[in-house]
Design a protein around this ligand. Structure first.
Ligand SMILES: [Zn+2]
Length: 325
């Protein structure tokens, strides 16, 4: 049966969103809740179930193809298990079975960045692009690879962790335990740390102002806001970060020759400077013949994860039913 709706859930470290989505990507109903990150895995599942029930009430159960859930974790996609998770206490927890035991629909889980990539690929800026790379800049740095029209997840479904590619041997520590990874330069904590350093100097007035006068309280968002208002110190921090991003992307462009690079995530989407600088670096340093790659900001914002999770549910439904999309 060709169903009309799917439910997408995007579980974040701080917030969870769920939506009832039509096949063409229209969001019929959307709800949010804070993720009870400290309360343990069962509380997190309870909160996901509540959101699913809420959006499911917008359609007849027989019209719903399934449920896709994006988790901020490394997912073994083939086994549908959660391997590692730094932001939520769900590593090793069988999230899919726990959710599926309480709903009437099939459930598929995937990494949140893959879901955002699927969302942009199906409904957003990467529509009809067969080869693209998405990098999501937020508290962590995630990625998604689309090769030949399909998400590429690697042999165990754990691939595309672009944020944990080494760009500086022996560089600063990364939250994953490694050193010198992209995330250790571009995650919110790294940008905030540069911001606090600059705010402690005489010239950092605009940064101190954003943080209510306290240099110690400068966040990544304060740096972005000050930069967007024209403060040169804040702009320099983001230009440096964009330079690092660009260097990392040169390697990816040389390796994969994508047509498009999509910069998403809360930090990536609120800061054009970063992607512009990254684009310049690629122009200067990528191998010849690959420089026509376009670097663009993501289009779907916070909805990318929910839309992509729903697209995953449609795909799983259609392959079960032997339908082609
Ligand atoms: Zn790392």
């Amino acid at each position: 049966m060709r169903t009309s709706y799917a439910i997408g859930v995007d579980v974040g470290g701080t917030r969870t969103a769920a939506g009832l989505i039509e096949r063409k990507g229209r969001m019929i109903k959307e709800v949010h809740a804070l993720t009870p990150a400290q309360a343990g895995p069962f509380a997190i599942v309870d909160s996901i179930i509540e959101l699913i029930e809420d959006v499911a009430s917008g359609a007849h159960p027989g019209e719903i193809a399934g449920i896709g859930v994006g988790l901020p974790a490394q997912i073994d996609f083939l086994k549908q298990t959660v391997e590692f998770c730094t932001n939520l206490p769900i590593a090793g927890v069988d999230m899919r079975s726990l959710i599926m035991s309480r709903v009437r629909h099939p459930v598929a889980i995937d990494n949140d960045s893959n879901c955002a990539g699927i969302g942009e690929s199906r409904f957003g800026v990467a529509k009809n692009v067969r080869d693209f790379v998405m990098i999501t800049l937020g508290t962590g740095v995630g990625g998604a690879l689309f090769l030949d029209g399909e998400p590429y997840r690697g042999s165990r479904g754990l691939g595309a962790e672009i944020g944990h590619m080494i760009i500086d041997l022996g560089g600063p520590p990364c939250p994953c335990g490694g050193r010198g990874h992209i995330e250790s330069f571009l995650g919110r904590p790294a940008i905030a740390a540069r911001g606090r350093e600059a705010a402690a100097e005489y010239k950092g007035q605009a940064l101190r102002d954003e943080a209510g006068g306290d240099a110690e309280k400068v966040t990544a968002e304060d740096v972005i806001n000050a930069a967007n208002k024209g403060d040169e110190i804040a702009q320099q921090i983001l230009l440096d970060a964009g330079g690092v991003l660009g260097e990392a992307l040169v390697g990816i462009v040389n390796l994969l020759n994508p047509k498009l690079i999509v910069i998403g995530g809360g930090v990536g989407e609120s800061c054009a400077l970063l992607s512009e600088r990254a684009s310049e670096v690629i122009d200067e340093h990528a191998l010849a013949g690959r420089r026509d790659v376009r670097v663009v900001q993501a289009e779907l914002g916070n909805d990318a994860g929910v839309l992509g999770a729903a697209a995953l549910a449609f795909d799983e439904h259609d392959s079960r039913e032997g339908l082609h999309r």
